[in-house]
Design a protein around this ligand. Structure first.
Ligand code: AMP
Length: 393
């Protein structure tokens, strides 16, 4: 069985083609600058990389080129080999708590919920419509970023604001990165050989969220009504006092959306360091004793530790902490600093084991109170698994 996982952005389309017999990646790639001058694609397969500039006026063009290339490059013999298409969908509000077969109702809901994810939901619809046009007979599955977090209790997902905001406008915590946290949960279940455990899953990359999981279910997560909330990120502020917004509006003569744009795009590591949103750059500057970079790194670590501590209490202790995504999988000094700050909980890591990147590794010592793992996330595989599962039902 062959399944394609699709992640459609407003001007991009990422794909991975899986052989689900052994869950191997047959090919993967990216179509970028769709509808913009200079559009191009890159396809990786069998250790090769093919890249070409080509006019792509819309997502349907990109899908047509993708499918043509899969056959031309002999990655597959014919399009009949594609058994299903899985789409990463961002916002399913409180209607979708698991993945679904895509039908007209799902597409109309994505449109209905677009105010909740104005950049992502319309792009997801473009991706779905493109495949519907080009591969109308192939079943498609939608995998929502918000779905895993639907098990939170009302006391967790409601904000302490007028209840009518929730009733009338849907103001509540939704949470994101759910597909990644679910993948990590399943990996931990496999590693421990059981389904019952208390897990704190730290997806820390350019975007970042931390999720508390009990017996396979999300209990709380750090992102909120939007992906701006929670920990500090590459360019996003994470949680701040909301009164800062009208104050800065007044000071800088900006409107609310301009200030929120500053919080999304010019804050976090980038805003604090006035240098870069990339942790590698920040760490280089820290080595040069750059004061702003050191403060930015320390704040980043602090916010992760704050959430781990909070979820430790919420879960009544923790069996496993997992680091994943760009920083979590690769940044040896950041993991070390976070774990050192958790020493009061009895967390101990083996510095040699922590010296690894991008592979599944248990970095805690045998006498650590909590097992600490690095697990590379794989949202594309999770999407392909859900797709296979739903089309086989
Ligand atoms: P992601 O959004 O998951 O792709 O993560 C991207 C972020 O991971 C980058 O912005 C970097 O800050 C971080 N990252 C990737 N590789 C490394 C590395 N070797 N050391 C430190 N940070 C890294």
């Amino acid at each position: 069985m062959k399944i394609i996982s699709i992640n459609a952005g407003s001007s991009s389309l990422k794909f991975s083609l899986f052989n689900m017999d052994d869950e191997s990646v047959i090919a993967s790639g990216l179509f970028e600058r769709i509808g913009i001058e200079g559009s191009k694609y890159t396809i990786k397969f069998r250790g090769e990389k093919v890249s070409q500039e080509i006019e792509l006026t819309n997502h349907t063009d990109a899908v047509k080129v993708l499918l043509d290339k899969l056959v031309d490059l002999e990655i597959i013999q014919s399009l009949d080999e594609i058994d299903g298409v899985g789409h990463r969908l961002v916002h399913g509000k409180d209607k979708y708590s698991e993945s679904v077969l895509i039908n007209d109702e799902v597409v109309s809901d994505l449109d209905k919920f677009k105010d909740f994810a104005p950049l992502h939901n319309p792009a997801n619809i473009l991706g779905i419509n493109a495949f519907r046009e080009v591969l109308p007979e192939v079943p498609m599955v939608g995998v929502f970023d918000t779905a895993f977090h639907q098990t939170m209790s009302p006391a967790t997902y409601l904000y302490s604001v007028p209840y009518s905001w929730y009733q009338n406008y849907g103001v509540r915590k939704y949470g994101f990165h759910g597909t990644s946290h679910r993948y990590i949960t399943k990996m931990v279940a496999k590693l421990l050989g059981k389904e019952e455990f208390r897990l704190i899953s730290c997806h820390i990359g350019n975007g970042g969220s931390i999720t508390a999981v009990k017996d396979g279910k999300c209990v709380d997560t750090s992102m909120g009504f939007t992906p701006l909330a929670g920990i500090m990120m590459g360019t996003r502020s994470g949680d701040i006092d909301p009164s800062i917004i009208p104050y800065v509006m007044e000071q800088e003569g900006k409107n609310a959306s301009e200030v929120v744009d500053d919080l999304n795009k010019r804050s976090g590591l980038f805003g604090m360091s006035e240098y870069s949103s990339d942790m590698r750059d920040i760490l280089e500057k820290c080595d040069l004793q750059d004061e702003k970079a050191i403060i930015a790194r320390d704040k980043y670590v602090r916010r992760v530790v704050d959430y781990i501590a909070q979820y430790y209490v919420l879960l009544g202790g923790a069996d496993v902490i997992v680091f994943t995504a760009g920083v979590g999988e690769n940044s040896i000094p950041v993991r070390r600093q976070i774990c050192e700050e958790l020493a009061c909980l009895g967390v101990k890591i083996d510095l040699d084991k922590n010296n690894k990147r991008g592979e599944v590794v248990k970095i805690s010592t045998e006498d650590s109170s909590i097992q600490v793992y690095v697990i590379p996330t794989d949202e594309e595989l999770m999407i392909a698994r859900d797709t296979l599962d739903l089309i086989n039902r």
